[in-house]
Write a protein that binds this ligand. Sequence first.
Ligand SMILES: C=C(O[C@@H]1C=C(C(=O)O)C=C[C@H]1O)C(=O)O
Length: 188
Amino acid sequence: MSEPGARHWRPRGVPTATPVPRRLKPWIDEPGSLTRRLRDLAGEGFAVRVIREDWSRGWPDERLRLQSGSRGALWLREVLLCGANQPLIYARSVIPATSLRGPLRRLRSLGRQPLGSLLFGRYPVRRGAIEIAPVGLHSRLGRRAANCGGTPVWARRSVFRIAGRPLLVTEVFLSELLEELGDGNSHR
Ligand SMILES: C=C(O[C@@H]1C=C(C(=O)O)C=C[C@H]1O)C(=O)O
């Protein structure tokens, strides 16, 4: 069972064996808020559907990326970002308990307020390199996105830091978004 671990994630911009679908590139490359992009696309139909907000062990590649080692619990937030009630992005954010202080304290009570409002709001935030990977049902991440109601095609992830405290955000773009963006041939 291959996971999108270190050997799958590629820094954005490094050629991948599977090309990123042309219509998805602006989304994969978006340095700012995906929430804002989705709001522009979906208008009033934009909504955050919360799947889970709870303590979790997280996945090995997440702990590795957060450099959390095997210590302590992580706070997990899973959502579907929807347009007209259709899931378009599955997003999974994990944060070490030690980061849930200061502005990130609000992460435990975000509910249907998009995380982007916290990360692209008034607090100084540093975003680490964006990594990308093709995902399908062969990977745990792809299966989780599918179990939540979407058809996974590509993922990106990056570590945000507020006051030096890390938060790993992984976003899985669903084929439903590709169909929304173009002529429906989601393979291109
Ligand atoms: C980081 C952002 O927040 C978005 C919203 C999320 C949420 O509400 O949990 C998670 C990931 C993002 O797609 C963003 O807008 O770019």
